[in-house]
Ligand binder design. Structure first.
Ligand SMILES: [Zn+2]
Length: 160
């Protein structure tokens, strides 16, 4: 179409606990990398999440995509599964991946990319604000590039 391209950001939040530690390292080694965040029983955050999608403004509706449907996708794929969990234990993905703000943002991007596409937009950016002191941004285009890298011969042979 000939619609003007625009970016739309939806904001939401969820509360979750995490512990930053690699299972293959000792407590001392983890403390060296992650500081207090490696303490054994975890701690919580009120995560603020901003999801930015990109698309053409539909001249008929004046929208990139159905706002309610986008909000529902974010609720269904991220907020509902993540809210009030201990990420390391309750979300299978984080049993092996340390749930830093970066890795949580990547996971949210992976979870939302297809649903956003089905709604006629492209996932542009995930911004995850973990605390007043830190936040992380990842971009949909980089997720695509990471996918291509994963699909090199070794991964293809493994049937990934
Ligand atoms: Zn933390």
């Amino acid at each position: 179409g000939n619609g003007m391209e625009a970016y739309l950001t939806l904001s939401t939040h969820f509360s979750a606990a995490h512990r930053l530690a690699r299972p293959d390292l000792s407590f001392e080694e983890n403390s060296e990398i992650y500081g207090k965040c490696a303490r054994p029983n975890g701690h919580g955050h009120n995560y603020h999440l901003e999801v930015t999608v990109k698309g053409e403004i539909d001249p008929r509706t004046g929208m990139i995509a159905d706002l309610g449907a986008l909000q529902k996708a974010i609720d269904d794929y991220v907020v509902e599964p993540f809210d009030h969990t201990f990420l390391n234990k309750d979300i299978a993905y984080f049993e092996k991946v340390v749930p830093t703000a970066e890795n949580i943002a990547v996971r949210i991007g992976q979870l939302l990319r297809s649903p956003v596409r089905e709604l006629g937009a492209e996932l542009h950016k995930i911004k995850l604000i973990e605390s007043p002191n830190n936040s992380c941004e990842i971009f949909g285009a980089d997720l695509d590039a990471a996918d291509v890298a994963r699909q090199q011969p070794s991964a293809v042979l493994a049937g990934v």
